[in-house]
Each structure stands twice: as C-alpha cells, then as structure tokens.
Design a protein around this ligand. Structure first.
Ligand code: NAD
Length: 264
C-alpha cells in the first residue's frame, strides 16, 4: 500500500480514527478531515504530521467550500489522492411524528450531502490522475478505492432514528450508482455496514444495562464491535486484495442481519 494517499472524513474520533491509524500502518499518507480540530490535529501529530505522513484539515463535509478546501489542501501537501474513507456521520433522535425539519436537514446534510460532496470531489481528482498518468485499468483498480461508511441501518431500521436510517439506505444506493459510473475509470466503490461499534455514539448504551441487553439480544456474536474491526474491513476494501470487489456493502455486524427473532 505504500505511496498512496488516503482521506478519512470524520477521522478524528471513533471508527474514522481507527481507519486513519490502520491505513497509516498500511503505509498510506493520511489526511484526517473533521470538524473536531483538537482531536484531529492530535491524531495527525501521532501519525507523523511532522514527517509528512499525516495531515489534519478542518472540514465540515456538509459545506461545499470546506470540501473544496479539503481537496486543495490534500493536493498541496501530497499531490494526489488514492483512497477515500467517506465516514463522517451524525445522529438525531426523532420518529416520523416528532423529528424536526432542522434535525432531518442536519443529518441529511452531513451523512448524505456530505458524503456526496466529498465523493464527487475525490472521484474527480482520482479520474484526473488516472487519465494524466495513462494508468492501465487493472493497475488503477488495485490503487483507487472509495469506501462509504453505511450501517446495518441501511437495511433494517430504528423508529426514532428516521433521519439516520434514511441516510444509510441512501448511502447504499449511492455506493452502487458511484461504483457503476466509476468502473470504467478503474475506481472501486464499496460500503461498510457496521453493527453496534464501541464509539461515542454508543456511550449512552454502554452505561445502560437494559439498552445493552436489548442490543445483545440482536447480536449473535454477543458483544459490541471494536472500531479496529471496522478499520480492518476498510483496509481490505482499499487493498489490492479487493481488486474485483465493487458496488457492494460488506457487513461487520456480529451476525445481526442474519438473525430473525432474537438471541435466546
Ligand atoms: P463518532 O461520533 O465517534 O465519530 C464521528 C466523527 O465525525 C467525529 O470525529 C465528528 O467530529 C465527525 N463529524 C461530525 N460531523 C462532521 C462534519 N459535518 N464534517 C466532518 N466531520 C464531522 O461516530 P462513529 O461511531 O465513529 O461513526 C462513524 C461512522 O460510522 C458514521 O458514519 C456512523 O454512521 C457509522 N456507523 C457507526 C456505528 C456505531 O455503532 N458506532 C454503526 C454503524 C455505522
């Protein structure tokens, strides 16, 4: 994986942070894009910002100019882009009877519009590089990858997470549409569908035995997943080992989607 440059959005915390660490271990130069400047810069420092191995860029993915700036900073630091982990995401509580328009727009803005804006600019940059270098399709497919962070909630749903579930279902379709459009350029596009993973998003659940029991009753592997277990899937999808995989969602969910009823 050496000599590749990867952008990880929402890379300052949780799953994105684990992905940034793992891709850095894999030999990528990593660009951590996040609104959390303190954690993002600290991670970039840890991963070797001073040696040109990592860069933090303050970026709100829902804002077009901020996304344009992310690509400009990436080009100016590393001159290229090979991998995008399109991971930034938020939640907002609310079902169809009580979700506010503002919360709906906010979640769509980050999880869907944000994923689209970053993917669009990243894909343009990748296509330009492939054309400029006259890369053979087979070589490009081993190098270029876009990985969208979906969720099991793209398929199953939670009533009071209407906005979130809506965005993850849409991300699955966006993944397919992008994969089809970019296949002829040699860029693979896939998504990861995590189950319940131990990040800040799950904090409230971890402190609440009843809520944890509820999750376990729907988790055949009987534990919460670790962010590293999602990062390893991102590493695989970004690698040459995944050179024939595009347009798919890979689930790392402890068996949840296979389960009808509940675990006894
Ligand atoms: P997290 O809250 O720990 O991290 C999300 C990161 O995104 C944070 O660093 C945050 O600052 C950043 N972010 C938020 N809004 C942003 C914006 N507008 N622009 C740029 N960055 C922004 O969450 P996580 O659990 O690591 O989730 C990461 C992704 O994984 C999300 O897309 C989430 O939907 C998905 N996911 C998480 C789980 C889980 O159980 N944790 C399960 C399935 C899918």
């Amino acid at each position: 994986m050496g000599d590749r440059v990867a952008i990880i959005t929402g890379g300052a915390n949780g799953i994105g942070k684990a992905c940034a660490r793992r891709l850095s271990e894999d030999g990528c130069q990593v660009v951590i894009a996040d609104i959390d400047q303190e954690s993002g810069q600290a991670l970039a420092d840890e991963l070797g910002a001073d040696k040109g191995k990592a860069l933090f860029v303050s970026c709100d993915v829902s804002d077009r100019l901020s996304v344009n700036n992310l690509l400009a900073e990436t080009r100016s630091a590393f001159d290229r882009l090979d991998v995008l982990v399109n991971n930034a995401g938020i939640v907002a509580k609310g079902d169809i009877l009580d979700l506010s328009e503002n919360d709906f727009d906010r979640v769509i803005g980050v999880n869907l519009r944000g994923a689209f804006l970053v993917a669009r600019e990243a894909a343009k940059q990748m296509v330009e590089q492939i054309e400029e270098a006259g890369e053979r399709l087979e070589d490009a497919r081993r190098r270029y990858a876009i990985i969208n962070m979906s969720s099991v909630n793209g398929v199953v749903a939670i009533p009071d997470q209407l906005a979130y579930c809506t965005t993850k279902g849409a991300i699955d379709q966006m993944t397919k549409s992008m994969a089809l459009a970019l296949a002829k350029h040699g860029i693979r596009v896939n998504a990861i569908g995590p189950g319940s993973i131990n990040t800040d998003v799950l904090k409230s659940v971890n402190d609440n035995p009843a809520a944890l029991d509820k999750i376990m009753s729907r988790t055949p592997l009987q534990r919460i997943g670790d962010p590293d277990e999602i990062a390893s899937v991102a590493s695989f999808l970004a690698s040459r080992d995944a050179s024939y995989i595009t347009g798919t969602v890979l689930y790392a969910d402890g068996g949840r989607l296979a389960l009808n009823y509940t675990v006894g």
